[in-house]
Design a protein around this ligand. Structure first.
Ligand SMILES: Cc1cc2nc3c(=O)[nH]c(=O)nc-3n(C[C@H](O)[C@H](O)[C@H](O)COP(=O)(O)OP(=O)(O)OC[C@H]3O[C@@H](n4cnc5c(N)ncnc54)[C@H](O)[C@@H]3O)c2cc1C
Length: 374
């Protein structure tokens, strides 16, 4: 697509992925970008996310490397955007209090080091030097993954959309796509209840709704249901002095690991289990119990109160890996559906732009085409 003609690109979805794509695409000349969101930008999975940017638990190695590349690209993207995108540096710290899980953590860190991940085992003293207010209890093993960050999703999305708009993109919130006009096997226009948007390329960055939307034109996007809960708290004083994210062991056998981060307004986000853990319990009791566990480790948050948040649904392709690229069935339909979209956004934004604008087929995306599902 190197001709002087303007390419009309419609992005359906203004979450973390759609917003980042809009920013990258709008940096190129001769693109007319329209972003449509059926609600408020960022209110989908992105608004429920724990938003830990990492390649820690990402297997196999290809997928780890994809996440690692994106993690490294975060630093450049932050520099390019040069505005408050709610990025918190300092890495991720975790520890284990029982010998079995400590051995697992040690093995994991050794493996990640062979993959070149900047992480290392640390002593209890090093932990406390990083986080002096922490009461970690028994520490059988601990680690620090120095490059990890967390991001405030609403800030990131609004800065990306703002930059895209400054470059001419048009953003329509509260504009749900319901149908498509097909001409000669391609999408000629995107339909909403009130309007039609002519297009040369359509990008579905519509999160969990991608499957339903693509089915309208007979494209099957296999997805699994992946509910999760990240609770919020009232604002408290700075709790983490150095690191961005902590993962703490369960305080008793009935609980799971917890993860915690703090936003710049002082509120906390706390989740449990793994980044992919299934949880539908959005009750006040659950939120209180999770916060009580966090207080056992961080007495400085004694006054914080838990605010339950509704269940968030992760965009989760059937095999857990991203779906990226133009579809064979409808050649001007580009799919950008993934879990770990917060981690992957800089890479997806930049590489998908090479595919959409320059017609490249990026090798890094080869394992993640829709057609792998047959
Ligand atoms: C509990 C939880 C914890 C997570 N933790 C992490 C983490 O620690 N690290 C990490 O990297 N990732 C994490 N994720 C995953 C990450 O948040 C998502 O991968 C990412 O937010 C996906 O962004 P998205 O833009 O693709 O989707 P979304 O944010 O869901 O955005 C899709 C947008 O499309 C719009 N839309 C849908 N249908 C239509 C339509 N018909 N017309 C117009 N607009 C439409 C929606 O309104 C929505 O705004 C987590 C997710 C959850 C739920």
């Amino acid at each position: 697509m190197t001709s002087a003609k303007t390419t009309k690109i419609v992005i359906v979805g203004a979450g973390f992925i759609g917003a980042c794509l809009a920013y990258h695409l709008s940096r190129r000349p001769r693109n007319a970008i329209t972003v449509l969101d059926r609600g408020i930008p960022g209110a989908g999975a992105s608004g429920h996310s724990f938003a830990w940017v990492n390649a820690f638990g990402k297997d196999p190695q290809d997928y780890h490397t994809l996440n690692r590349r994106s993690l490294d690209m975060w630093y450049r993207l932050a520099h390019q955007l040069d505005e408050d995108i709610g990025i918190h540096y300092g890495g991720e710290m975790r520890w284990e209090g029982n010998t079995k899980r400590a051995a697992q953590l040690e093995r994991r860190i050794r493996q990640l080091q062979t993959w070149g991940y900047p992480c290392r085992l640390i002593s209890r003293d090093e932990m406390l030097a990083l986080e002096p207010d922490l009461l970690p209890g028994r520490v059988e093993a601990a680690s620090h993954s120095e490059a990890d960050i967390h991001v405030e999703t609403d800030k990131f999305i609004s800065v990306n959309l703002k930059r895209a708009q400054e470059s001419g993109a048009i953003v329509h919130p509260a504009t749900g796509v319901t149908d498509f006009v097909i001409r000669n096997g391609k999408i000629a226009a995107v339909k909403t209840p009130d309007a039609e948007f002519m297009c040369d390329v359509v990008v579905l960055a519509s999160g969990v709704q991608t499957t339903e939307l693509a089915s309208v034109i007979g494209v099957h996007i296999p997805q699994q249901c992946s509910p999760g809960i990240v609770i919020k708290t009232t604002s408290c004083a700075t709790v983490l002095q150095s690191v961005a994210v902590i993962h703490a062991p369960p305080t008793n056998e009935n609980y799971q690991h917890l993860h915690l981060r703090q936003l710049s307004d002082g509120t906390l986000r706390i989740g449990q289990g793994t980044q992919e853990g299934i949880n539908r319990n959005d009750s006040q009791e659950h939120a209180d119990a999770l916060l009580a566990q966090a207080k056992a480790y961080l007495p400085t948050i004694a006054d914080a109160e838990a605010i339950p948040t509704p269940v968030g649904y992760r965009p989760m392709p059937l095999d857990g890996f991203p779906i990226l690229g133009f579809t064979e069935a409808v050649p001007n339909l580009y799919i950008a559906l993934m879990h770990s979209g917060v981690t992957l956004a800089p890479l997806v934004g930049e590489m998908a732009t090479l595919e959409i604008v320059d017609g490249a087929r990026v090798d890094w995306f080869a394992p993640y085409r829709l057609e792998r599902f047959g």
